[in-house]
Ligand binder design. Structure first.
Ligand code: NAD
Length: 360
C-alpha cells in the first residue's frame, strides 16, 4: 500500500505562491517516483488570508495545519498590509502557527553548495563544505516573557522593559532536539548563552549540561553569544550544531545563513509538536514578486527537510539536495545567484530543472 501524507500548503504573499508552485511540482514528481500518495491541502495565510477572511490566520487555515502531517509555507507580508493593526498583520500568522502547533525548535541549516561558494562574502577556504545547523528556541525567552511594555514615570520620562525567562522544561526539550539532531550529523553541539551576565542563561548552561549526560556520544561545548557571533565569521567550519535562546538564535541564525551568501537557497524547519512546519528563510520579496525572478530552491530544499524530519525519509532529502546540486553544477541560476557565464532561468524553469534532475 502507498504511504499517504497530508501536507497543508500555505503559499501566502508576494513570491510565496510562486515558490510554492515549484515545490508542488517537486512533490508531484516524488509522488510518482516513490509511489506515495500526497494529499495537498492549499489554504490562505498572511495578507492573502486577511483579504479573504479579515484575519492572517483564519480558523480554517489553522485547522488544516493542525490536521496535516506537515505544513509547507511560502512567505507572508508586504507593503499593502504595513499600516493595518499590528494584531492583524500578515506576520502575526507565523506567531500563531508556531504557538498553536507548539513549534518550539527552529532548525536552520547553513550549507554551502560547492557551485555557489563564491557567492559568500567570506573567503572560499573559510566556507567551502560549510554545513552548520543552528537550532533556535522559538516559543519562549524574551520575545514572550512577561511583564513587558513601556510605562510613563513620575518625572515624565518613559521606561521600556521585557523579560527574559526560561523554565527548566523549556531548556530540556530544546537541548534534546539539539543532541538528537547532532547525533545524525557531526555529533558536536555548541550551546550559546550569556551566562556571565544573565542568570537565566546560567540556568540554560546548567540544564543543557545535565541533559548532555544522556548523550555521551555527543561533544558539548558552551560559548558566550558575543564570541559565537565573532567565531561564525572568523572560522565558521568549527561548528556542527549550535543551540541557543530565541533572541540569540534569531540573530545568529541570520548571521550563519548569510555566510552562504544566498537568501533564496536556505530552507528551515520548525519542529516540536505533532505537526512540523517547513519554509524558506526569506520573506515575500515584494520587490521581485510576479516577475519570475524568485529563487524557488529554498522552498524545494524545505520539502527535503520535511521528508527528513516529518516523514523519516532522509534518503529523499538527500535526493533533493543532490538534484539541486546537479542543477547548480550545470550552471543554471536564477538572477539572485547569477554570475558570469552561467545560464539565467526563471522561477518556473528552475523548478522544471530540479524535477528533470529528480527524474533522471
Ligand atoms: P525578503 O526576504 O522578502 O527580501 C530581502 C531581499 O532578498 C529582497 O531584495 C528580495 O528580492 C531578495 N529575496 C528574498 N527571497 C528571494 C528569493 N527566493 N529569490 C530571489 N531573491 C530573494 O525580506 P524583506 O524585504 O525584509 O521583507 C519583505 C516582506 O516579507 C516583509 O513584509 C516582511 O515582513 C516579510 N517577511 C516574511 C517572512 C516570512 O514569511 N517567514 C520572513 C521575513 C520577512
Amino acid at each position: 500500500m502507498n504511504q499517504k501524507y497530508t501536507i497543508a500548503l500555505l503559499p501566502g504573499d508576494g513570491i510565496g505562491p510562486e515558490v510554492i508552485k515549484e515545490a508542488v511540482k517537486v512533490l508531484g514528481s516524488l509522488e510518482k517516483s516513490l509511489g506515495l500518495e500526497l494529499a495537498l491541502n492549499e489554504v490562505p495565510v498572511g495578507g492573502a488570508a486577511y483579504e479573504i477572511e479579515g484575519h492572517p490566520l483564519p480558523a480554517g487555515t489553522l485547522n488544516a495545519a493542525q490536521e496535516a502531517d506537515a505544513v509547507l509555507l511560502g512567505a507572508v507580508g508586504g507593503p499593502k498590509w504595513e499600516k493595518i493593526d499590528f494584531s492583524l498583520r500578515p506576520e502575526r500568522a507565523l506567531l500563531g502557527l508556531r504557538s498553536n502547533l507548539n513549534l518550539y525548535a527552529n532548525l536552520r541549516p547553513a550549507k554551502v553548495f560547492p557551485a555557489l561558494v563564491d557567492a559568500s562574502s567570506l573567503k572560499r577556504e573559510l566556507i567551502d563544505n560549510l554545513d552548520i545547523m543552528v537550532i533556535r528556541e522559538l516559543t519562549g525567552g524574551i520575545y514572550f516573557g512577561e511583564p513587558r511594555g513601556v510605562e510613563s514615570l513620575d518625572d515624565g520620562t518613559r521606561r521600556g522593559f521585557n523579560t527574559l525567562v526560561y523554565t527548566e522544561e523549556e531548556i530540556k526539550r530544546i537541548a534534546r532536539v539539539a543532541f538528537d539532531v547532532a547525533r545524525k550529523r557531526g555529533k558536536r553541539v555548541v550551546s550559546v548563552d550569556k551566562a556571565n551576565v544573565l542568570e537565566v542563561t546560567g540556568l540554560w548552561r546548567d540544564v543543557v549540561t545535565e541533559v548532555h549526560e544522556e548523550y555521551s556520544d555527543i561533544v558539548l561545548e558552551h560559548m558566550y553569544v558575543d564570541n559565537c557571533a565573532m567565531q561564525l565569521v572568523r572560522a565558521p567550519k568549527q561548528f556542527d550544531v549550535i543551540v541557543t535562546t530565541n533572541m540569540f538564535g534569531d540573530i545568529l541564525s541570520d548571521e550563519a545563513s548569510m555566510l552562504t551568501g544566498s537568501i533564496g537557497m536556505l530552507p528551515s524547519a520548525s519542529v516540536g509538536g505533532k505537526t512540523a512546519m517547513y519554509e524558506p528563510i526569506h520573506g515575500s520579496a515584494p520587490d521581485i514578486a510576479g516577475k519570475g525572478l524568485a529563487n524557488p530552491l529554498a522552498t524545494i530544499l524545505s520539502v527535503g527537510m520535511m521528508f527528513k524530519y516529518s516523514f523519516g525519509r532522509e534518503e529523499v532529502n538527500a535526493k533533493i539536495e543532490l538534484a539541486v546540486e546537479s542543477v547548480l553544477d550545470r550552471g543554471i541560476r536564477t538572477r539572485d545567484i547569477m554570475s558570469e557565464e552561467m545560464t539565467e532561468v526563471t522561477t518556473q524553469q528552475m523548478g522544471d530543472e530540479v524535477v528533470a534532475e529528480l527524474e533522471i
